[in-house]
Design a protein around this ligand. Structure first.
Ligand code: GDP
Ligand code: MG
Length: 354
């Protein structure tokens, strides 16, 4: 022990014999003595932490669908998201639109739809590795002049693996070389069969440039959402996931999160993987300061002690101490998962909207 304490001291870590050190520190110090630290029951502890009670069905109310846009590079994912946002943000809101929080909500006939923007892919993938889904419906964008390409197939596989609904948006129909029927034919190979081809997959021809078909697409999203009977209990402590996060010079760690269950409020103690804090302020996708956010709402929050990873689950805890304990357990147990996520991120680059 004395040798270890001395070694740590020389590295700038002041500890006494009976003090805890982080998993990372233990690993590093052990390596110096040619030992490898093997974390015990790492995953189990995290799973235990994130485990939940069964939800009470009677408290569940319907919630807006959460949508991600996937597809081959240059098929128009970004353009489509922009087109949807433009047509469905009122002028009054437009002033605050300079703010970009990685997700936005559009209203159509009083019904809300939440779109995950950049980098939805990270949230999507690492979420799935934790057994939770960030999205309910995937919009598969296929350019009508290009057809099914390698990343189209990858996107289909990911959506299928996640068990989420797929709506096909056949984009760029304004182009003279557009061939909608060819796209339908090519996708039959992947069990995405259009209704007029005898199947049950919804295909919507759209043009992100002219705006044609955008309304129908939104209508189809709402129809699909209705069939999925998406529900959540707004009257419980909040829980959800990180869409993106960064360190802001002035504001400190800023995280865009998606509330999936419960209602998040300013002042709530919160833990997100290895980070913890108290929700100091919340800003919605229109740049407005808000005090609370219910299920399927994306918000930017301030007040974390560090920048969490995209895809990390956040939980609201009873008090600050519990939030800190949660984060500390995560740090000492969660290393392997973080590494896995990094690998997954690398292989998925470019697949989702960005
Ligand atoms: P992403 O890589 O999937 O995000 O694709 P982008 O949205 O960046 O679009 C790639 C290119 O296709 C850009 O030059 C867009 O202007 C163009 N594009 C996107 N949607 C349409 C469309 O509906 N019609 C036409 N003609 N071009 C489009
Ligand atoms: Mg893009």
């Amino acid at each position: 022990a004395a040798v270890l304490v001395k070694k740590l001291f020389l590295q700038g870590t002041m500890v006494t014999v009976n003090q805890d050190i982080t998993y990372e520190t233990a690993e590093e110090i052990a390596l110096e003595f040619n030992f490898i630290v093997e974390p015990e029951v790492k995953i189990d502890v995290i799973e235990e932490l994130l485990k939940e009670e069964e939800e009470d069905e009677s408290k569940m109310v319907s919630r807006p669908p959460v949508i991600c846009v996937m597809g081959h590079v240059d098929h128009g994912k970004t353009s489509l998201l922009d087109a949807i946002r433009k047509t469905h943000v009122t002028d009054k809101e437009a002033g605050g639109i300079t703010q970009h929080i990685g997700a936005y909500v559009v209203s159509r006939g009083g019904q809300k739809i939440t779109f995950l923007d950049t980098p939805g892919h990270e949230a999507f993938t690492s979420m799935r590795m934790r057994g939770a889904n960030s999205t309910d419906i995937a919009i598969l964008v296929v350019a009508a002049d290009d057809g099914v390409m390698p990343q189209t197939v990858e996107a289909i596989n990911h959506a299928k693996a996640a068990g989420i609904e797929i709506i096909v948006a056949v984009n760029k129909i304004d182009k003279p070389s557009a061939n909608i029927e060819r796209v339908k034919q090519e996708l039959t190979e992947y069990e995405l069969i259009a209704e007029d081809w005898g199947g049950s997959t919804i295909f919507v021809p759209v043009s992100a440039h002219t705006g044609e078909g955008i309304e129908q697409l939104l209508e189809m999203i709402l129809l699909t959402a209705e069939m999925c009977e998406l529900k959540a209990n707004p009257k419980r402590t909040a829980r959800g996931l990180v869409i993106e996060a960064e360190l802001d010079k002035g504001k400190g760690p800023v995280a865009t999160i998606l509330v999936q269950k419960g209602t998040l409020r300013v002042g709530d103690p919160i833990a997100v993987g290895p980070c913890h804090g108290k929700v100091r302020a919340m800003v919605d996708d229109k740049g407005r300061r808000i005090k609370e956010a219910g299920p399927s709402t994306p918000v930017e929050i301030l007040g974390l002690n560090d920048v969490p990873n995209a895809g990390e689950i956040f939980v609201v805890t009873e008090n600050d101490k519990e939030a800190r304990n949660f984060a500390e357990t995560f740090i000492s147990e969660g290393r392997e998962k973080l590494l896995d996520d990094t690998k997954a991120k690398l292989s998925l680059d470019g697949l989702f909207s960005q």
